[in-house]
Design a protein around this ligand. Sequence first.
Ligand SMILES: [Zn+2]
Length: 271
Amino acid sequence: MNKTAVRTLQRFLSDQKTYNGSIDGIRGPKTLAAINATLRNHASQLPDGAERWSDRRRAVACLQLACQLSKIEAGPIDGLWGPQTEYAASVLATLQTTGSKPDPWRDRQPTDANPNNWYREAELEQALGSPTRKPPLTVVPCPWKLALAWDLNTCPSGIGCHELVADSLARILSRAHDHYGPQRLRELGLHRYGGCYNKRRKRGGTHWSTHAWGLAIDWDPAHNKLKWGRDRARLARLEYDTWWRLWEEEGWVSLGRTRNFDWMHVQAVKL
Ligand SMILES: [Zn+2]
């Protein structure tokens, strides 16, 4: 159970009027007391023996209860932190912060929002010039620690991208950091930075890659290989749904979400 989940739990406890501490993601004595009070109030929904569970397990059970009360399918209240509980907790977090649940992921189409008026691929060369000349690049600092995917001991301070997309990228990184927190981002492999600006042609093609303008970023390439589909690519998993939503809200395009290949790749260019 990570800090984000503890914050979700604390918001629920606060709604239940058993907690008036801060929403800090720390499972301290005040939070624990609130968990115990809340579980007592809903004792009939708990399995036998739940009162003997460890503090950690009771915290997870309380979060599962919170999901159940909001009609979010979290499975039986067993106090065990598995993928279903994790997903349910992320749905509850969205509900708490936006007032509505995210669309069911099975029905979800990537949004085609384009608030920053990103170009289409076919327009790039005319609009931004040929990438034979180096584009104007700027380094956007990353709020969590990055490591080069091919050399994890090297930690770049930020992402060198086209200046056109820098503000948007900074907003996305900041929102991702707020949502997941540095520890969770690391668990998700989102510190494994696969590069942005790269003067090259598309792999297996003759056209310039969007990387040649510094308009695309690769994440965790080792676990999201070019030809892998959603059955293998790590970034296709449920727990990355918010990650991709943050990019799509800014008009960025995930090739994985739209074409089901190259899941490492996201670009500020419309297809
Ligand atoms: Zn790429």
